[in-house]
Write a protein that binds this ligand. Sequence first.
Ligand SMILES: [Fe+2]
Ligand SMILES: [Fe+2]
Length: 195
Amino acid sequence: MNDEIKGLMYQALETEQGGQEVYQAAIKCAKKDELREEWQKYLTETQNHEQIVLTAFEKLELDPAVETPGRKIVRHHATGLIEAMKMALKEDPAAAEIVAAECVVLAETKDHQNWKLIGELAEHLKGNEAKALKEAHGEVEDQEDEHLYHTMGWARELWIESLGMSAVIPPPEEEKDVKSAIGASRAEQSRQRML
Ligand SMILES: [Fe+2]
Ligand SMILES: [Fe+2]
């Protein structure tokens, strides 16, 4: 494994660890029960993703305690998102739920890309390394699609509602159980019909 691949793995671990704190903060900002429950489920899944990454680390003989420059940047982003949600709760509580949805989308955009790249690597590498990445990827892929696309749907509909227009809540992405970019696009296009 070269340093770039190891670097990605450390970023993936940090994203899952910081992601748990992002969800804990987001849950405090959630006002709608359905959204809070959704994020609670994603928090549990993110805890499991950390364990899955740690299992891959063992197979790859990587030390999870090693600090890397990329990892530091990932942590910096998470700290910023958590800070933003605290700020919203204090200064603009009415908007805190939307701020939290946007923060989750930002965190999950990175999480989603990490796993996309891990999936690509699993195809590209050979032997035990490929096997370790493939097993990890297979367990999380669908959940990462859901974390990102469903929360994007929530962020959009919460904004639409706050602007005084008719919103689809829960968002079409959730109703249609979207698990791909194309599915998310179809769900968004169907929102007029679902109103
Ligand atoms: Fe994750
Ligand atoms: Fe995620």
